[in-house]
Design a protein around this ligand. Sequence first.
Ligand code: NAP
Length: 281
Amino acid sequence: MTAQLIDGNALSRQLRTDVAARTAALKARGVTPGLAVILVGEDPASAVYVRNKVKACGETGIHSVFEKYDATLSEEALLARIQALNADPSIHGILVQMPLPRHINPQRVIETISTAKDVDGYSVQSAGDLMAGLPGFRPCTPYGCMKLIETTGIELKGKHAVVIGRSNTVGKPMALLLLQANATVTICHSGTTDIGAFTRQADVVVAAVGRRQVLTADMVKPGAVVIDVGMNRDEHGKLCGDVDFEGVKEVAGHITPVPGGVGPMTITMLMVNTLESAERR
Ligand code: NAP
């Protein structure tokens, strides 16, 4: 292996220790950061994500309120619950786990969360703040990717970064964060004819597609930083990313593994956003 491994677990531990210390300092001043986590329905993957978020709150000293509702919960009732949490001074962040049952409009739910408590950073206001370079909550996964890139010590100014994927929650905010850090940014997606033509010129590649082997060794410039956001299953049911890790690690300069790369950082950045929301108050 020539690439240096970017250890998301280690960075995550380090950042959570910092969150715990800042949370304790805030508590000493009479403010306990609080996160409300809402789960609607029985999706097993969502149940795991939610459990891990609540657990991370416990580890960092953040107060958490977990509310689980039946899949039949009406949109009206969910919106009313969010409005109550918006008005609750003990809550500094509100997270509604996606996906929601089909009868609930996710965008309406996201837009009902107060901008001051939008710790997922999914609202149009938060997206606009990011676009305009204004302070605000950054979506946790791309925010975590930026922290992982920072650990390499590589200055993004003057570098070419390629993001594969353009979702509102990962790809687009990722591209904007890289742009804000003065990288020159290209976004590839399902309509891009030759992704390799772009990635072969890239100093940084972020793969956020949700398909295995989207990035193979022949598509990577020697020494590049490769961040793998994807979460897929291989033919043996084992968790894997979008990147052909075995091949790409022989070419890249730095690479994130799956698991142990971006995954732990997403929850960590949720803790950071919740703490900072409480600090701002
Ligand atoms: P998404 O909403 O499905 O978006 C996927 C993006 O990939 C879309 O922009 C799509 O393009 C593009 N795409 C699809 N097929 C492609 C192809 N063959 N070549 C190039 N681009 C292609 O997914 P997401 O929410 O962004 O998540 C992406 C992956 O990251 C998933 O595996 C997800 O599970 C994972 N994820 C991980 C974490 C974590 O904490 N580790 C957090 C969030 C997401 P179009 O726009 O043209 O359709």
